[in-house]
Design a protein around this ligand. Structure first.
Ligand SMILES: Cc1cc2nc3c(=O)[nH]c(=O)nc-3n(C[C@H](O)[C@H](O)[C@H](O)COP(=O)(O)OP(=O)(O)OC[C@H]3O[C@@H](n4cnc5c(N)ncnc54)[C@H](O)[C@@H]3O)c2cc1C
Ligand code: FES
Length: 262
């Protein structure tokens, strides 16, 4: 982890209020693992706290961040232009633990903007699959409506089986991704395969997933938490959550946790 000044290579609005920004950093490209995040100083003068944003994907020295404008910080970030220098600290956090058994069913579950860290993870799982052909990779993309589905092209490129759930039923399964997960899990035999779930999205989604997988004790699930952050470095205790194993700092012990302890 380092504090770095990185150059903005590009920024574009890919959907209303959803931006993709490319930052140039050989150091982050070499050291980051899927599920880690950058703590970004969006503005040198007016915004004291940095904003945590996941590494969406990496291509050579380019770090992609996918973000939705939520408030002041992300609004300022969306106004950056090519060539702007941004102060970042990273890569931070633990990242996903990619489980590599020879026969695996990997299911990525994305609730809305929760897809942000899952493309980088998808790339890693595709590399594993290329070595162990008995792995199967699936992604469940959840959105309010068909217009809000994100990163579908990315997962197509990675040869994932794509399943879409929309709240209004305008595309794919009508309902939320946890309901879709329930339907999909019921079509597989989990005795002779290791099923791994990797999820990111709102907390409520994690509780729904927990209920869905309760009847499959062999399934492993990791979830990436979003939480307000102060320092991002494990010092201020601003991001603490209560788990079955006591209090945990999302920035340092997470953001990825085993769903069993949530
Ligand atoms: C590890 C981590 C990775 C993240 N990765 C991404 C990402 O890749 N893409 C992305 O779009 N967002 C991501 N987020 C969420 C992102 O950090 C917040 O959206 C951002 O900090 C909001 O800043 P703001 O100044 O724009 O909004 P603020 O003005 O601070 O808040 C605007 C609104 O958003 C809510 N909010 C702010 N921060 C959070 C938060 N952390 N969790 C839940 N609600 C919040 C507030 O309640 C308020 O309603 C991530 C969060 C964490 C902890
Ligand atoms: S944000 Fe300071 S301890 Fe996590």
């Amino acid at each position: 982890m380092k504090q770095l000044k990185v150059k903005t290579a590009f920024i574009k609005e890919i959907k209303p209020d959803v931006f993709l920004i490319g930052l140039d950093s050989g150091y982050i490209a070499k050291t980051a693992k899927p599920g880690q995040f950058l703590h970004i100083k969006v503005d040198e003068k007016n915004t004291i706290l940095r904003r945590p944003l996941s590494i969406h994907k990496i291509d050579k020295n380019l770090i992609y961040i996918l973000f939705r404008v939520r408030g002041r910080g992300t609004k300022i970030l969306s106004g950056k232009t090519k060539g702007n220098i941004i102060d970042v600290i990273g890569p931070l956090g633990n990242g996903f633990n990619t489980l590599t058994s020879s026969r695996a069913l990997n299911i990525l579950v994305a609730g809305g903007m929760g897809v942000a860290p899952l493309v980088f993870l998808g790339k890693k799982l595709t590399e594993i699959k290329n070595q162990k052909s008995k792995c199967k990779n699936l992604v469940l993309l959840g959105a309010k409506s068909k217009k809000e589905v994100l990163a579908e092209k990315e997962f197509k490129k990675l040869r994932f089986e794509i399943n879409i759930a929309t709240d209004d039923g305008s595309r794919g399964f009508k309902g939320n991704v946890a309901e879709l997960l329930k339907k999909i899990l019921s079509t597989y035999q989990h005795d002779n395969i290791s099923t791994n779930i990797y999820a990111c999205g709102p907390k409520e989604m994690f509780y729904e997933i927990k209920k869905v997988i309760a009847k499959y004790p062999s399934i492993q699930a990791q979830v990436s938490f979003e939480q307000f952050m102060g320092c991002g470095l494990g010092i201020c205790y601003g991001c603490v959550i209560e788990t079955k194993e006591g209090y945990k700092k999302v920035c340092k012990d997470g953001p990825v946790f085993d769903l069993k302890i949530i």
